[in-house]
Design a protein around this ligand. Structure first.
Ligand code: ADQ
Length: 457
C-alpha cells in the first residue's frame, strides 16, 4: 500500500517518549498502521482564536509520520464542533432527536469547516495516497476533496451509531449528509444494525440501494459499505491488568474495599452512557437485596468530557447529586455504597481497577461500540473472572455473547442482572469469560485496522 493519510477531528500527537495520554488502543493501532506505510495524521489542534485567518498548518515530523494540525477560529469551533457535530449529529446518531438543536448558522459552519480542512489537506496529499477519515465531524470531507479534483481512495469510519431513517431525516440537512457519504470508496460502521439503518436511509427516499457483495449505489456513485467492529489491544491490555495488581493506587483501592464486592463503571460523562439510570438500578438492587447492604461497593469513574458545554456541566451536577442522595439514603457510618470519581485515571490503573471489579457495569442507552466493555473483559483474572453486565444497545453486545445483556431503560431488570452477576458460580463465570476473551483476542484493534485498510485498498 502507498502512504496513508488519516484525518480525524483531534489528533493524538506524541509527547516525548510516546503518544499523549490517555492513549487508547485506537491511537496506538492507527499509529502502527501509519508507521508501517508512512504518512500523515491531520486534524484540529484544539486551539482557536478570534482571527479570521487561522495560523498556517503546524507540522510535526516523527519518523515517517507527519502530524499536521490546524487551528480554527472561535466561530468555527462554536458552529462546527459545539454547534453541529455535538448538538446535532451526536444526539441524532444516538437516537436523541429531543436533544438536537438545529441552527442554519451551525449547519453552514459544519460544511464550511469541512471545506477548510479539505483545502488545508489537499496540498499535502500525493496522488497515490490512501485517505482514511474518522467519525461524524468530517462526513463531508471526501465530497470537498473530490470537488478539488482528488481521485484518491478515500474511506470513512463512523465510530458512533448510525440511526434509522425516521431519526436521521428529522435533520434538515440529512440529504447533504447522505450525499457526503456517497463520495467515499468505503463507508464503515461498527455493527450490522448500523449498516441496516444506513441501507434503510438509502431506500426510504429512493436515494440509492444495495447492489450485493457489500456494494452500494447512491447519487450515481458506487461504493463499498461494511461493518468493522472496533477492538482493543486485547493481549497488551490483559498483560497490563495482570501487572497492575502491584500498582500502589490499585493496591490502595483493593485494601479500601476490604471484604466487599466491587461493581465498577467507567464512562465519559455523556447522556448516551446511561449513568443516571445505572445509579437508579444500583439503588434498586441494594433495596431489593438487603443481604448485600454493606457488602458491595459501586465505583463509578467518570471523567468530565466537553465540560465547556453547559449541558455537560449540568449533567455533572445531576450525577453527583444523585450519587450523594443514594449514599445519604442507603449508607451507614462504615459503608459508602457509591464512590463517584470525576476525573481521568491512567490506563494501567484503570486496567487494575477493572480486574478488581466482580461486576463490570456497562449500560449505555446507545453506544457505537463501547471499548470499556472490551477492556473490562480483557482485564479479568482467568481463574476468577468478573461478570460483564452489558446494555443490549451498545455495539459491543453484538459480539460479547458471554455478557449478561440488559435493557438499561428497565431499571428493575438491570438491578436483577447485578444480583445475578454477584451470585454467579465460578464455572459459569469462567465459561462466559472464555468465549468473550477468545473473541477479543481474535478481533483486536490491529485486525480492525487491517480489515478496513484491506477493503479500502
Ligand atoms: P467513547 O464514547 O469515548 O468512544 P468508549 O468506546 O467506551 O467510548 O471509549 C472510551 C475510552 O476512554 C476507553 O478506552 C476508556 O478506557 C477510556 N476512559 C473512559 N473513562 C476513563 C477514565 N476515567 N480514565 C481514563 N480513561 C477512561 C467513541 C464511541 C464508542 C466507540 C469508540 C471507539 O462513542 O461507541 O466504541 O468511539 O470507536
Amino acid at each position: 500500500m502507498s502512504r496513508l493519510v488519516i484525518v480525524s477531528n483531534r489528533v493524538p500527537v506524541p509527547e516525548k517518549g510516546g503518544i499523549a495520554t490517555p492513549a487508547g488502543g485506537l491511537a496506538v493501532a492507527l499509529k502502527v498502521a501509519l508507521e508501517e506505510h508512512g504518512g500523515i495524521w491531520m486534524g484540529w489542534s484544539g486551539k482557536s482564536s478570534d482571527e479570521h485567518e487561522p495560523q498556517p498548518l503546524a507540522q510535526l515530523q516523527q519518523g515517517n509520520i507527519v502530524y499536521a494540525l490546524t487551528d480554527l477560529t472561535d466561530t468555527d469551533v462554536e458552529e462546527y464542533y459545539h454547534g453541529f457535530a455535538n448538538r446535532v449529529l451526536w444526539p441524532i446518531c444516538h437516537y436523541r432527536l429531543d436533544l438536537a438543536e438545529y441552527g442554519r448558522k451551525e449547519m453552514a459552519g459544519y460544511f464550511r469547516v469541512n471545506r477548510f480542512f479539505a483545502h488545508r489537506l489537499a496540498p499535502l496529499v500525493e496522488s497515490d495516497d490512501v485517505i482514511w477519515v474518522h467519525d461524524y465531524h468530517l462526513i463531508p470531507l471526501a465530497a470537498e476533496l473530490r470537488q478539488m479534483g482528488l481521485k484518491n481512495r478515500i474511506g470513512f469510519f463512523l465510530h458512533i451509531p448510525w440511526p434509522p431513517a425516521d431519526v436521521l431525516f428529522t435533520m434538515p440537512v440529512h440529504e447533504e449528509i447522505m450525499r457526503g457519504l456517497s463520495h467515499y470508496d468505503v463507508v464503515g460502521f461498527q455493527t450490522d444494525h448500523d449498516l441496516e439503518n444506513f441501507v434503510g436511509c438509502l431506500r426510504r427516499e429512493g436515494i440509492g440501494d444495495e447492489l450485493g457483495g457489500g456494494r452500494f449505489i447512491a447519487y450515481g456513485r458506487i461504493f463499498k459499505g461494511g461493518t468493522y467492529a472496533i477492538g482493543i489491544e486485547t493481549a497488551a491490555f490483559a498483560e497490563f491488568a495482570k501487572k497492575a495488581s502491584t500498582n500502589k493506587t490499585v493496591r490502595k483501592a483493593r485494601e479500601s474495599i476490604e471484604h466487599r464486592s466491587l461493581i465498577i463503571g467507567v464512562d465519559r460523562l455523556d447522556y448516551s452512557k446511561g449513568i443516571t439510570q445505572r445509579i437508579d438500578a444500583f439503588e434498586r438492587f441494594v433495596l431489593a437485596n438487603p443481604a448485600q447492604q454493606g457488602r458491595v461497593t459501586y465505583l463509578q469513574i467518570t471523567p468530565k468530557s466537553r465540560s465547556e458545554v453547559p449541558e455537560y456541566e449540568a449533567m455533572q451536577r445531576t450525577v453527583a447529586e444523585q450519587a450523594g442522595r443514594v449514599n445519604g439514603a442507603l449508607g451507614t457510618v462504615d459503608w459508602v455504597p457509591i464512590r463517584y470519581i470525576n476525573r481521568s485515571v491512567g490506563r494501567h490503573i484503570l486496567a487494575g481497577l477493572y480486574r478488581l471489579g466482580k461486576v463490570g457495569l456497562v449500560t449505555p442507552l446507545r453506544d457505537g461500540m463501547n471499548l470499556v466493555a472490551k477492556e473490562y473483559v480483557a482485564a479479568q483474572d482467568p481463574d476468577d473472572p468478573g461478570v460483564l453486565v452489558l446494555s443490549r444497545f451498545a455495539g459491543a453486545a453484538r459480539e460479547l455473547r458471554g455478557a449478561l445483556l440488559v435493557n438499561p431503560y428497565d431499571i428493575e431488570g438491570t438491578a436483577n442482572a447485578m444480583a445475578r452477576a454477584l451470585s454467579m458460580p465460578l464455572e459459569e463465570r469462567k465459561e462466559r469469560w472464555k468465549t468473550m476473551m477468545a473473541h477479543l483476542l481474535e478481533h483486536d484493534v490491529s485486525r480492525w485496522c487491517r480489515d478496513f485498510l484491506n477493503d479500502l485498498t
